[in-house]
Design a protein around this ligand. Structure first.
Ligand code: NI
Length: 129
C-alpha cells in the first residue's frame, strides 16, 4: 500500500492506534505534504531526546500522557494536544497504556540522535498497520 492510495480516504486514527500490539512503535497513517501523521500505543517511558530542526505534535487519543522537559512537565488527557518545539529535550511517559497521534516532519527521527532498543527507523514506521 502506498500513501497515494490512502489519500482522500477516511482514516480511522483511533482504531488504528488501538490495533497496535507493540508499545512505542509509531506507524505512519497519512502524509500531509512534508509531514507524516503517525499513531502509537505507548506505556512507560520512551527516552530523553530532542529534534534539533523539527517540531513534534502529540495528540492524545485515549488515556494520559506526560511530556517531561528540562524546565517543565505537561500532563495531557484525552483530546489534548501539545507541540514540543524544535530543539527542546523531551521524554514522553505514560503510566498506563495510552494512544497517541503524532504529526511531525518526514525528516524527524523517532528518538532524535539517541539510539535505544526502542528506536524505530522509517521503514518500521511505514509498515502497514
Ligand atoms: Ni520526540
Amino acid at each position: 500500500m502506498t500513501f497515494s492510495e490512502t489519500q482522500a480516504r477516511v482514516i480511522s486514527v483511533a482504531k488504528l492506534a488501538a490495533s497496535l500490539s507493540e508499545h512505542w512503535s509509531p506507524r505512519i497513517v497519512a502524509e500531509v505534504d512534508d509531514a507524516y501523521v503517525k499513531v502509537a500505543k505507548v506505556k512507560g517511558s520512551l527516552t530523553w531526546h530532542s529534534h534539533e530542526n523539527e517540531d513534534e505534535l502529540f495528540f492524545v487519543l485515549k488515556g494520559r500522557l506526560t511530556i517531561e522537559m528540562d524546565d517543565r512537565v505537561v500532563d495531557l488527557i484525552e483530546g489534548d494536544a501539545f507541540v514540543v518545539p524544535k530543539g527542546v529535550r523531551h521524554n514522553p511517559v505514560a503510566i498506563e497504556e495510552c494512544l497517541v497521534m503524532l504529526v511531525e516532519r518526514k525528516s524527524t527521527l523517532h528518538t532524535g540522535s539517541e539510539l535505544t532498543d526502542r528506536t524505530r527507523d522509517l521503514a518500521s514506521q511505514l509498515r502497514p498497520v
